[in-house]
Write a protein that binds this ligand. Sequence first.
Ligand code: AMP
Ligand code: MG
Length: 213
Amino acid sequence: PIQPNQGSPRHAARLKTRILQAPDGVSTIVEALATGEPVALPTETVYGLAADALSPNACAKIFEAKNRPLSDPLIVHIPSIDWLPRLTSPTPTALQLAEKYWPGPLTMVLPRQPIVPDIVTAGQETVAVRMSAHPLFQEVATAFGKPLAAPSANRFGRISPTSAAHVLAELNGRIPFILDGGPCAHGIESTIVHVSVEGLRILREGPITREDL
Ligand code: AMP
Ligand code: MG
């Protein structure tokens, strides 16, 4: 298994984190993702720290930058709905929820397909998937053309960031780029719901409420 070099002081010495503005910064962000680097992106909930979800090495850098334990799985953001059956086994209910709430702040936990790296799911047989409604996140994800693993862009155990300045305060020296999309609309993390044939189980409360679901 990949063991990220957690908390290495080399990072602070080696990297200078730059805040990029849209639209000019988008191509630099997509290039960084293509070379396996993690970058901070705005979503409609909080800023995410995104990397190529299909690359175990790229995902390891998320854990390293955040100081996140490998036991804490990542949420995967998909660029388009056709990725849902490529990454998961969606139940009919999952397809209905995707139709109703995506793009938007709903994360669904579903059985994984083998293509999803173990480091993303923390070795579990399920994977958490969502599709962001933020236009900049969508633009980057569409240009990249592959799913992005993106937990919140803060060091482990700290408050999720809702602005580029807040991300910089958390991850300065640990990541190459932050794409500035202004303040996040919701400011709280996505609702997480486990979806199976037995029904829905809310794992984290969020912008989409129990009543909505
Ligand atoms: P964050 O995006 O930083 O809020 O972190 C993602 C959170 O999603 C994790 O801390 C878990 O609580 C949850 N999560 C991700 N994958 C799964 C999964 N397969 N099963 C249950 N919860 C998950
Ligand atoms: Mg978080």
